[in-house]
Write a protein that binds this ligand. Structure first.
Ligand code: PMP
Length: 439
């Protein structure tokens, strides 16, 4: 076996030390800090690849946590964005472009009877929650263990699995995900385990008078792409109808990626409200909140919604072009096909070495596990051994293949991932697996 080649991150490391003097953790978002000598700074991206300050190239499966669905610097989308730039930006008035985008989304997503725009997934989910409360006159809400719905206080709660006994019959306690999240929020939030409809039914029976909304991702895009059973999602739909709870399906990661109509169309359910961001504009800053007409019309009848930069002409032009491509060309089939071939290639490599493994989610946003079956919920993942993945991910980076070092983040595929990318990926994967075994 050849000696492992360590890529030089000398320039990134030097920049990290400089950046630390002006930016907490040396970066603009906590998630971008990977450790003092591992934090990567990007020079540019093109297609399915990015290059760092040291000119190391990577086939990128992070895609900015999902947005670059067509690939970085896509000329079709960037040209549309340029046209959007030429007409101004924001006017604090409406434009024809937003109607065009709303019509397109309604055509693609059956649940999207009416549409509003936001600047980020966080904002869209925040607005959805407020709308559900305005509509029902209730304030409580339910989230699923392991779900992530953005950086606002009401969503920043998680399961205290570290202090939980897997042998016990209880579920882990709910804890704030961050300092600064007000403890008073606990009074409104309920946490439910994924794939347990009985638990939800019992909760609704006892508390539905207080619960405005059920907020869920059927593929947990921030938790190993853990996937809800379609039967569970349909049971959630039925229980929400029965108890008058607004079902919000958060498609910020799955939307316009796993299918034109999102995960809802794959699972045969219709949300009351659904949120989109990421893939809808190939990386330009825009999000959407869409849903049932009677609920959406509460905007304008007492529920606040707005934002200075909402429906910015550059982002909207990019969204219109991206959605046009996703609706009218086989881009999503190309993406899923690549994802499937990549997973099959990985399986061949792992099987040849007798390594038990499985995939979760969807080929366009899949999780990889070194276990016979993927986790069924956040507790399964938290209590499993993910050390092989962690070690392999580090080796993969040295081989020019960039996945998130944390196994909770799925592998995102874009239309621009081509045969060359696949070849680099599988050769790098084989080597990274062997280096991990040798350790
Ligand atoms: N919901 C989900 C499912 C997400 O994955 C994210 C971001 N990763 C958000 C909401 C928040 O989106 P943003 O980062 O654009 O605020």
């Amino acid at each position: 076996n050849e000696k492992p080649v360590k890529r030089s991150l000398a320039k990134s490391n030097a920049h990290f030390r400089k950046a630390l003097t002006r930016l907490p953790l040396g970066v603009a978002s906590n998630f971008r800090y990977w450790g003092e000598d591992k934090t990567i700074y990007v020079k540019r991206g093109k297609g399915g690849r990015i290059w760092d300050l040291d000119d190391n190239g990577y086939v990128d499966y992070r895609l900015g946590y999902g947005p670059a669905i067509l690939g970085y610097a896509d000329p079709r989308v960037d040209e549309a964005a340029r046209q959007g730039m030429e007409v101004g930006g924001v006017f604090a008035l409406g434009t024809e472009r937003e109607y065009e985008a709303a019509c397109r989304i309604s055509r693609m997503v059956p649940a999207a009877e009416l549409v509003r725009f936001s600047n980020s997934g966080t904002e869209a989910v925040m607005a959805a929650l407020r709308l559900a409360r305005g509509y029902t006159g209730r304030s409580g809400y339910v989230i699923l263990e392991g779900g992530y719905h953005g950086l606002f206080d009401a969503a920043l709660w998680t399961s205290d699995v570290d202090n939980w006994d897997p042998g016990s019959k209880t579920y882990p306690a709910l804890i704030p995900y961050s300092q600064g999240v007000p403890e008073i929020g606990r009074q409104l939030i309920h946490q439910a385990p994924m794939n347990d409809a009985d638990y939800l039914e019992d909760l609704f029976k006892r508390r539905s008078g207080e619960i405005a909304a059920m907020l869920m991702e059927p593929i947990q895009g921030n938790c190993c792409a853990i996937t809800a059973d379609p039967d569970y999602v349909r049971a959630v739909r039925r229980l929400c109808d029965q108890y008058g709870v607004v079902l919000i399906i958060d498609e910020v990661k799955s939307g316009f990626r796993v299918a034109r109509g999102g995960i809802q169309s794959l699972m045969g359910v219709k949300a009351d409200l659904c949120t989109f961001a990421k893939a809808m504009a190939n990386g330009y800053q825009i999000a959407a909140l869409a849903g049932r007409e009677d609920i959406m019309r509460r905007f304008g009848r007492g529920v606040a919604h707005g934002g200075t930069y909402t429906a910015h002409s550059v982002a909207l032009a990019a969204a219109n072009k991206t959605l046009e491509i996703l609706e009218e060309t086989p881009a999503l089939e190309t993406i899923a096909g690549y994802g499937l071939r990549m997973q099959k290639g990985m399986s061949r490599i792992l099987e040849a070495r007798g390594i038990v493994h499985s995939f979760s989610g969807h080929p366009s946003m899949g999780g990889l596990f070194f276990a016979e079956k993927p986790p069924r919920n956040y507790r399964d993942w938290k209590t499993s051994d993910y050390s092989f993945y962690d070690a392999m991910a580090q080796h993969l980076h040295d081989q020019g293949v960039l996945c998130e070092p944390d196994s909770r983040e799925p592998w995102f595929v874009c239309e621009a991932h081509d045969e060359g990318c696949l070849e680099t990926t599988l050769a790098g994967f084989e080597r990274a697996v062997d280096l991990t075994i040798d350790e």
